[in-house]
Design a protein around this ligand. Sequence first.
Ligand SMILES: *Cc1c(COP(=O)(O)O)cnc(C)c1O
Length: 362
Amino acid sequence: MTTLTVDLDAIAANFRSLAARHRAPVAGVVKADAYGMGAPAVGARLFSEGARHFFVAYAEEALALRPHVPGAMLAVLNGLDPAMAGLFVAHGLAPVLGTLGEIACWSAQARCIGRALPALVHVDTAMNRLGLSGRELGRLAAEPQRLDGIDVLFVMTHLADAEDAANPRNAAQAARFEAACAALPPARRSVANSSGVFLGGLVRSDLARPGAALYGINPTPGQTNPMRPVMRLTARVLQLREVMPGETVGYNGIWAAPRPTRVATVSVGYADGYHRAMSGRPPGAGAPAAAFDGARLPLIGRISMDLATFDATDHPGVDQGSEVELIGPAIPPDEVALWAGTNGYEVLTSLRPRHGRIYAAL
Ligand SMILES: *Cc1c(COP(=O)(O)O)cnc(C)c1O
């Protein structure tokens, strides 16, 4: 059984440090259950820290969060499903409008109820994923009455390379966005994600949209992580056993003992979000491990659904019932991501702690 401890004070501290750096309002991106940290608790805490802008991916996420962030802007990144327009109005949600069709739908909704409705307008400047294309932007610029009844809170775009500060594509996106904003009726702008906050003056952004950095993921890869760790995933040692040289551990015998080895079997597996892809990496520096009392126990053998095995030979303090850290201050999510061949975002959003979440200082 795994336990996820989430430090709301650390998330609040990360929020304040991003706000100090951005020098303009900072939103809380709390999609995917606040990157696995629990959207209601995180949303409520950021709200009490003064956050008045929140982003989620889906309307359903917004409805669940609404009571925790009363009166705040609550924006739905994945846009407006016409079938849900009434719900958006009833709960004061702001859709992120990324097509002329969505704009027409929201404008019609405003006309129908006889008052202006809040929204963000998303302009695509590189991702080719969501947001108005260049052609659609041209049509909107030529016919601004398409926005009648829409209170455009922000025009926004999303950076594709912000974590790579030296990448010239950042400046190219900034220039494209500048041109797009000049073509549209004046409005405030929202550009910077976590890494975008660290790009300095490259982009003018009146509202930052950090997610990852709030949750302790390094927004400046390759440099020291300026954010505080906010979470710890722990699990207990169920059994210890001695294996002789040549004996194998776990499925398919991918690991054989090179020496008499004390094996600690821990109650964590890929069903908890402890990625199976970490299995079988060569030992040594950069090898997957769990932390115990300041030491690292190397992962051995294949990660199973509910179990993983670690080499405790050099750590006699590890005992049955000992709690080891799998991800946390000693084993950062970004490092786990390297082992698993993914990023820190997927490491956090994969977590399915079976003991649930505890909100406490780390
Ligand atoms: C997820 C998301 C963010 C937050 O990005 P981070 O890199 O986690 O800070 C910001 N904007 C949009 C459009 C997103 O989808």
